[in-house]
Design a protein around this ligand. Structure first.
Ligand SMILES: Nc1ncnc2c1ncn2[C@@H]1O[C@H](COP(=O)(O)OP(=O)(O)OP(=O)(O)O)[C@@H](O)[C@H]1O
Ligand SMILES: [Mg+2]
Length: 524
């Protein structure tokens, strides 16, 4: 485009064009940051007349603390370097009042592409800013209201459940007394169904008490990884054949201090909900990890330094609408048909997590699925009983002779090791895959099944490269022994072994120590 001649008429027309934007402050600033032009909108928004501001530093329009921090100059530098600067920030009017502004700055160049000044456009967005602040406050008060509602419901249900528990106890003991004294006959089944109903009532009451956080808990240090791995058979039984479960356990131990009975029912409650929405052949995932709470938004103040361990259960079912998700932890809230749900599952999970000092998060999207996340305060090393970072060395014993397995396990436990045991390679591999913390595999070479102890050891070190190995055998042939690598031969223990030899073998495998003196723990 050819350069326009800068006639008075042209300048006047350009100015009236800019003045037409009365809700925008449009003005020019020199490279030194001095105001060079001023539109009608600038006067309306900032309060200065053109003759009051032209020739003055544009930094006058910034709050004092920004001026002192050199922000006006820095904004011009950014615009010069990147060709554009944009922000939402505070600006000051002539009368000293502040307003929220949306500001854009662009460099103005001459025909030789040199920067000769800056064009600034400022819009007063105070109304939008205030609206956002109001919406935020409303959302916070809605959260406070929900929390108060749950608190009140908790107190109410807690009180009722307590009294109800005593009544149920009286009913149960009377019915049990009647069955003991009743001769076998027609009346017995009637009384027994009364007992069964009272027991169902007791279960409901215990869920109510858990919601009301009135339940007495017996917290103990628990590694979520081990806990979930050990609960796997029960979880699979609960899910049945229609769906599968996958475990993704954290690489390091996830120690928390919780009541294990309540944790188990919380997991099963979530699993039952997941099962109900998982189609035939679907999958449910269970994950554990150590969670950096600082990365979470919406944190209660004062909690931000608490390290948490997380247990997450994800399904890929129908998901929940926002309304259902928000109400899902209320006691007796259910969308299930009459007789199929009491609406107490998630309220137990919520009550238990809160009472354990943790938090419950539920992410759900209609058509995509649901993730329920228990965040539990991580235990300190002291609480895990492993002061100074010490934890019991954990050993997996693989031995097909059940009696020997039991004896070896009790000896190793007596020596202070944490012991898991397996009868064959497939059981052992399940444990190795599902356990975060495992230091040593102690396996017989000759074990039933397709995979022998040697192959098991090799597969295990592929899965866990730091895993130490101790091999043993009473029947290993010269041919088998010849297959051992020099390192494997060094960690081989001939059966039958004396306890001292076992102790030496363990120490050698675990920390390369050659213990010559007798073990101080020897049972012999
Ligand atoms: N994984 C999920 N997917 C979809 N909806 C869910 C899921 N978990 C919970 N809900 C919704 O939240 C409601 C409340 O769940 P909650 O476990 O508290 O009670 P319930 O399953 O209905 O009954 P109960 O657990 O006492 O047998 C459910 O009725 C369901 O609408
Ligand atoms: Mg449920």
């Amino acid at each position: 485009m050819p350069d326009q001649p800068c006639t008075d008429d042209y300048v006047e027309r350009a100015q009236s064009f800019v003045d037409a934007f009365t809700d925008h402050a449009i003005f020019r600033v020199s490279t030194a940051g001095v105001v060079e032009s001023w539109s009608a909108g600038s006067e309306r928004i900032k309060g200065y007349r053109a003759d009051e501001i032209i020739g003055k530093p544009f930094s006058l329009l910034y709050p004092e603390e920004d001026r002192e921090a050199g922000i006006p100059e820095r904004n011009l530098e950014t615009a010069a370097r990147f060709g554009h600067f944009e922000e939402n920030g505070w600006r000051v009017r002539k009368d000293g009042s502040r307003f929220r502004a949306h500001v854009a700055i662009a460099p103005v160049r001459n025909a030789r592409k040199e920067i000769v000044g800056f064009a600034k456009i400022t819009r007063d967005v105070s109304a939008k800013h205030e609206l956002e602040a109001v919406v935020k406050t409303l959302a916070t008060s809605q959260q406070v209201f929900e929390a108060q509602k749950l608190e009140l419901m908790g107190r109410l249900t807690g009180g009722v459940a307590h009294d109800f528990n005593n009544i149920l106890a009286a009913i149960l003991s009377s019915l049990e007394f009647i069955t003991c004294t009743l001769p076998d006959g027609q009346l017995r089944p009637v009384v027994q169904s009364g007992i069964a109903a009272a027991l169902r009532g007791r279960k409901l009451v215990s869920q109510l008490l858990a919601f009301a956080r009135n339940d007495s808990l017996a917290p103990q240090p628990t590694d979520l990884n081990d806990f979930v791995a050990e609960l796997r058979p029960l979880i699979e039984q609960a899910i049945g054949r229609s769906a599968s479960v996958t475990l993704e356990l954290g690489a390091s131990a996830c120690w928390v201090k919780v009541d294990q009975v309540h944790l188990q029912s919380a997991i099963l409650n979530i699993i039952m909900n997941a099962k109900a929405v998982t189609p035939e052949g679907g999958r449910i995932a269970i994950r554990t990890f150590n969670h950096d709470v600082r990365s979470r938004a919406g944190l209660a103040t004062g909690q931000d330094e608490t390290p948490m361990s997380a247990l997450e259960i994800q399904d890929f079912g129908c998901g929940m609408s926002e309304e259902v998700r928000a109400r899902s932890i209320e006691p007796f809230f259910t969308t299930k048909p009459v007789g199929q749900g009491n609406g107490l599952g998630l309220s137990q999970v919520h009550g238990f997590t809160k009472q354990s000092g943790g938090d419950l998060e539920i992410d759900s999207e209609v058509g995509k699925g649901t993730t329920v996340r228990l965040l539990l305060p991580a235990c300190s090393d002291r609480e895990t009983g492993q002061e100074g970072g010490f934890r019991a060395t954990s050993i997996l014993i693989v031995e097909d002779d059940e009696e020997l397995l039991e004896i070896s396990a009790s000896i190793l436990s007596f020596w202070g090791y944490s012991v898991r045991s397996a009868l064959d390679a497939s059981q052992a591999l399940d444990i190795i895959e599902g356990t975060g913390q495992l230091d040593l595999l102690f396996t017989d070479i000759v074990i039933p099944g397709k995979v022998d102890g040697l192959e098991l050891a090799r597969r295990a070190t592929k899965l866990k490269p730091d895993l130490k190995i101790l091999l043993t055998s009473g029947y290993a042939t010269a041919e088998t022994l010849a297959k051992l690598s020099p390192a494997e031969r060094r960690s081989f223990l001939q059966k039958p072994y004396r306890l001292e030899a076992l102790y030496r073998g363990l120490r050698r495998a675990l920390d390369g120590m050659d213990v010559r003196e007798a073990s101080p723990f020897a049972l012999e």
